[in-house]
Design a protein around this ligand. Sequence first.
Ligand code: GLU
Length: 292
Amino acid sequence: MGQRRFSFTAGLAVAALSLSACGSGSGDAPKVAAKPSFDAGTTMAKIAAAGKLKVGTKFDQPGFGLKGLDGKLAGFDVEVAKIIAGAMGVTAENIEYVESPSKVREERIEKGDVDLVAATYTINDKRKKRVTFAGPYYIAGQQLMVKSDNTKIKGPADLKANPDQKVCSVTGSTPAEQIKPYLASDAQLVLFDVYDKCANALRTGQVQVVTTDNVILLGFVSKSDKAFKLVGQQFTKEPYGIGIKKGDVKFCEFINKTLKDNKAAYNKAWSDTAGKVEGASPAKLPVAAACA
Ligand code: GLU
């Protein structure tokens, strides 16, 4: 058994990363490499030596990063972080999660508060000036969510003619910017720091529309007991990346390789979390972009 496990794990993750030893774990759960070795001075070597990984993620997004009443985090971003941690020999228990709302993600990385951010984080040129992105590891798209009985808003094209329909999004997010051309004026836009505040405002009638990535909205729909629905088509592309320190190309390449070599764990991570939600399409790991 020990021998079989060795070769199974090695084939999946360890050998390809030129790590020095076997792993542990079972089935498709993220593997934890035992005694991995990395070039001295790399971020991977530092993390492996410390045996700890600090991950910036969301705490309020069903399906991606949601803090339960037991204090535990659950979601696709959390599972992706576990796969990356495992390849450096860091167990799930040794991951420290730091809440990272949209607006503070770059700052968290720059200040070194976290080793990486996995937080429905769209790769774009503006953010690339401050951080390096591994990935993409998923491609989402912006959409609208309204109350199930809303008949006025069927898509972004209906917003301008209905300025009384307030639209909620999150400060520092791409959807908050991309929705602006569809609005009658900036007064139609309501911004909070996190998405569950938008979902609550929709519930109480303070806003009539919430906009962000389709898969985030699907998570809120799934928790709404049919009170919310998605309308219209996706009207942007949101490629999710893992944010790390600007210029850390070796760490970026390591993350890309780890995800590519652990597709079974990646697929399971999706189907156990965001992929469970009605309307979610199956995840397919996109081809990673060049690290810079
Ligand atoms: N993916 C978009 C972004 O990075 C929206 C989701 C979010 O705010 O995390 O801005």
